[in-house]
Design a protein around this ligand. Sequence first.
Ligand SMILES: [Zn+2]
Length: 573
Amino acid sequence: MRWTNSYIPTLREDPAEAELISHKLLMRGGYIRKVTAGVYNYLPLMQRVLLKITRIVREEMDKAGALEITMPVLHPAELWQASGRWDVVGKEQMRFKDRHGRDLCLGGTHEEVITDLVKGELKSYRQFPKNLYQIQVKFRDEIRPRFGLIRGREFIMKDAYSFDVDEDGLDKSYNKMVDAYFKVFDRCGFNVRKVEGDTGAMGGTGAHEFMVIVDTQGGEGVIYYCDKCDYAATDERAEFYESSNDTKIEPLKEKELVHTPNAKTIAEVTAFLNTPSKKLIKTLLYLVDGEPVAALIRGDRMINEIKLKNYLKANELELADADTIMRLTGAEVGFTGPCGLKNIRLVVDTEIYGMRNFITGANKTNYHFINVNHPRDFTFEDIIDIKMAEEGERCPRCKQGILKSDRGIEVGNTFKLGTKYSQAIGAKFIDKDGKEKPIVMGSYGIGITRTAQAAVERFHDKNGIIWPKPIAPYGIHIIYTNSSDKNQVETAFDIYNELKEKGIEVLIDDRDERAGVKFKDADLIGIPLRIVVGERGLKDKTAEIKIRKSGENIKIPLAEIVPNALKIYEEIC
Ligand SMILES: [Zn+2]
């Protein structure tokens, strides 16, 4: 491909709205352009990357026995109402009415449509197992679209759905998909870490996420993993072994009301009372689907709202505002505590169970209680882990290892759905024993556009992208430094034609631009191997090969440039 025949509008400056380096580089490299918040055009270079990822995904899905189909983007509300998710998914679903006033939505996932498809079609145990997949555009009305393709409102996904007669069958189908996922990402050129994930609105009995680990702040998610065993989970789900429950129990002291003027935050209270934050209990007041709920965690911990939301089976959960807190507790923000709270459900973190003589807000402005104890001073029924995991805590599985954390980008997920959708939508089959049973399902996603950007977040330097070879838009990038030098141009095109004949995807920068501009753009767009035909080289009958990944420059006699370039491309890039 000649650069002048392609469409590669590179930019010198970082676009203002881009936060992640990968987002900046894809914009500057002429790969993507924003249409509106969270919606992008994929330009020719990007399209080539996406097609390569898609091809790898398709080949591995086919090898795993999955069958490709295409389902509609437009879904009727009735299907989502039948599964019960119309009310659960909420505002992230793009909804509207057609000209007849019927409710419709744009699909963010296709469990409902596919369950309705197989309902009545897969009706005998003899027809199982089956796995159907598609590669298609999806929509999610993110409250704050950002990070380019990482958190867009419109994106391309591969979604597969498995159908089995029982849980054993599901386990087999699930493991097959997990194996296929490792192959997909390995072929794309990077390692992924499989971690336990949250089932969220998907429902079901188990889930994993596949994360690309990135060393920048570009990871949109945090994962925790054990340094001794194979425990790994997303921060939404990660737990730790609560060793504080091993410590000896203090004798109970008398509860006391103490004046703590203007001490509202944990830091202010601990400084005022000269006590570690571990002795405090934070009481966070939420409105959960409109009802007040107080969540209690240790003062040095962070609340995990996903765990809280899942436990309460809530659709909407938000922190109460100052007015609501005043109305419900009679005190300003910062003085809420469990003692004497009326008509408010208390959800207590497991770590609090073993605590004695702790400090809480007194529900009275500028006052706290010290030496609070349960069940003497307050009681509760809901005790559950609702805190964030932390680095340095002990592994919940082996109890020996220490939790470490990494930042990553989720590129794939797998869910054991069980019979949630088949039961709701009535997809049943007749089993061997002649009994009618709901189909046992799994669902499996890979973000195609996400994977492309995750690769950039993982592989880049200060000058630009460093594509892994299998998904690079072109394999070799040829540059000549002076377009008015006929000899240079001819030599470069000879190399170009010869490489093309060998089946290599080649881009030649035939613009009438300064060498510096061409070099900068070449680093930016990140093709694995570059061949430079320049004035000085031609004098001693050489050209230069540059390996993008290592930055290494190698001078090679012109007569041997093609075989050498091919060898380096195959073996090193
Ligand atoms: Zn462990």
